[in-house]
Design a binder for this molecule. Structure first.
Ligand SMILES: [Zn+2]
Length: 176
């Protein structure tokens, strides 16, 4: 009785709170939450810089924690909420974990592979069927914009002008 119905918006907000934690650590602000049957199983944020590890994207850490907690690599009853469209590495892990559905709130035109680029979850030849949904959220988009705006100021205009499209990629990552 009196239990508040938790919807996608609620869980995306939790993911956003994780993104804020990443932001405070100077990390690209991305957060992820794994939810199973309406229950939060794990939360995580990007720690790539802090841990000096290219695998430490928010969604991978959230999946890892969820598997540990549920004692199973298979998360087929779970929904993954992310503040940013997953990259190719994370899409692969999402498929391997058999997550039922992915919901994210900002597009990554450069490195995202769900709505953009390879559109991997639409690929008919893959054996893993992952549902997805994009629920645009200004907060999730703005925190990324602010992060890159700050970085750009720090680096004296040395980063791409289009702050909408860098996210996990930066000028440093590109071969010149
Ligand atoms: Zn990723």
């Amino acid at each position: 009785m009196g239990k508040k119905l938790k919807n996608d918006k609620y869980f995306l907000d939790l993911a956003y709170k994780e993104a804020e934690k990443a932001y405070k650590k100077g990390e690209v602000p991305v957060g992820a939450v794994v939810v199973c049957n309406g229950k939060v199983i794990s939360k995580a944020h990007n720690l790539r810089q802090t841990k000096k590890n290219p695998l430490y994207h928010a969604e991978i850490l959230a999946i890892q924690k969820a598997s540990k907690k549920l004692k199973s690599w298979r998360l087929d009853d779970c929904i993954l909420y992310i503040t940013l469209e997953p990259c190719l590495m994370c899409a692969g892990v999402i498929m391997q974990s058999r997550i039922k559905k992915v919901i994210f709130s900002a597009e990554d035109k450069k490195a995202g592979v769900v709505l953009n680029n390879f559109k991997v979850f639409d690929e008919k030849n893959l054996p893993f069927k992952i549902e997805y949904s994009f629920i645009s959220d200004e907060k999730a988009i703005n925190i990324l914009k602010n992060f890159f705006k700050e970085k750009r100021n720090e680096k004296n205009n040395n980063i791409d002008n289009d702050i909408n499209t860098i996210f996990y990629t930066s000028k440093r990552d590109k071969k010149s």
